[in-house]
Design a protein around this ligand. Structure first.
Ligand code: PAZ
Length: 283
């Protein structure tokens, strides 16, 4: 991993939450994972995710009062700056300073500045970084019990090549071999042992609508968490299904000037409030 090690990132989460009281905290995962094809990596397997869902959701979580740990794929989209893919073209030079009078840009810079102390950015690149970092951060969050929302929007690879099966050097075209193994599912361990009192939301992406809800239900019974947000690749910005143990709720975007994440977060915040209230009554 470039820059900080996973241990250092986890330590930064520890100091970020050090003086935490009763605030709600959301751990958001976002973006795709890279799966190396060589030990000295030249090539890798990746996926389509740019982190729009994660970055957008983080903005709405901040807006409804959460503190956010934003665990994101390096160079994927970030809250607030995501609205400006070509920032360079929006600036002019006046008196030796780069300036802009774009109202949307100003608004987003102000929002980002106001939230600065309530969001921590934690970058990852590879599948292995992702797995270890998620476990490390959840371990640090464990003592916050029901105050924690785990929101797993990242598109995590289902396949990888075991370290022992990786060629050391750049794979030669005449020796191409991809001995893929299935990534062991760690969500059950996370839910049962690491953050058993948190509200955990996983995401399920499919391209065949006929299996979407069934797959979400399977995930719920396999991992024992609270909610799956199920979505289809091509309609994910307009339609999601929130699947819990009892029912399914469809969220459809009717107003194209809005973003579906606003409704997703509104709904999840209520469910999280119920979990916190029920835990309070049980004590
Ligand atoms: O990053 P993005 O906004 O382009 O896509 C979001 C998403 C489809 C990756 C997310 O909504 C999701 O479904 N994540 C889980 C994918 C899965 O592992 O099934």
């Amino acid at each position: 991993m470039h820059g900080k090690s996973i241990g250092e990132h986890v330590k930064s989460v520890e100091s970020f939450i050090k003086d935490f009281g009763n605030e709600r905290i959301a751990l958001v995962t976002s973006g795709g994972t890279q799966v190396p094809l060589e030990k000295n990596t030249v090539r890798f397997i990746d996926n389509f995710s740019m982190g729009t869902r994660g970055a957008t959701s983080a903005e709405y979580l901040l807006a409804v009062g959460y503190t956010v740990i934003f665990m994101h794929r390096e160079s994927s989209l970030l809250p607030f700056s995501r609205h400006f893919p070509s920032l360079f073209n929006m600036l002019q030079v006046e008196d030796g300073k780069a300036v802009s009078s774009d109202a949307k840009l100003i608004d987003n810079i102000q929002k980002a500045t106001q939230c600065r102390n309530r969001i921590l950015f934690v970058p990852f690149v590879t599948l292995s970084d992702y797995i270890h970092m998620l476990e490390g951060i959840c371990t640090v969050l464990k003592p916050l019990h029901e105050g924690v929302l785990v929101y797993l929007a990242a598109a995590v690879s289902d396949f990888y090549i075991k370290h022992d099966d990786l060629p050391t050097h750049k794979m030669k075209t005449e020796e191409v071999s991809l001995p893929l193994s299935v990534v062991p599912k760690n969500l059950q361990r996370l839910v049962e042992n690491i953050v058993p009192r948190a509200f955990v939301v996983s995401f399920k992406l499919e391209t065949d609508e006929s299996i979407l809800v069934e797959k979400a239900r399977k995930a719920l019974s396999r991992y024992g968490h609270q909610l799956v947000v199920a979505n289809m690749l091509h309609t994910r910005k307009e339609h999601v299904v929130l699947v819990d143990n009892e029912k399914e709720i469809h969220i459809r975007l009717s107003d194209k000037t809005k973003e579906i994440e606003e409704d997703i977060i509104g709904n999840i915040k209520e469910r999280h409030s119920d979990l916190i209230a029920n835990a309070g009554q049980a004590q």
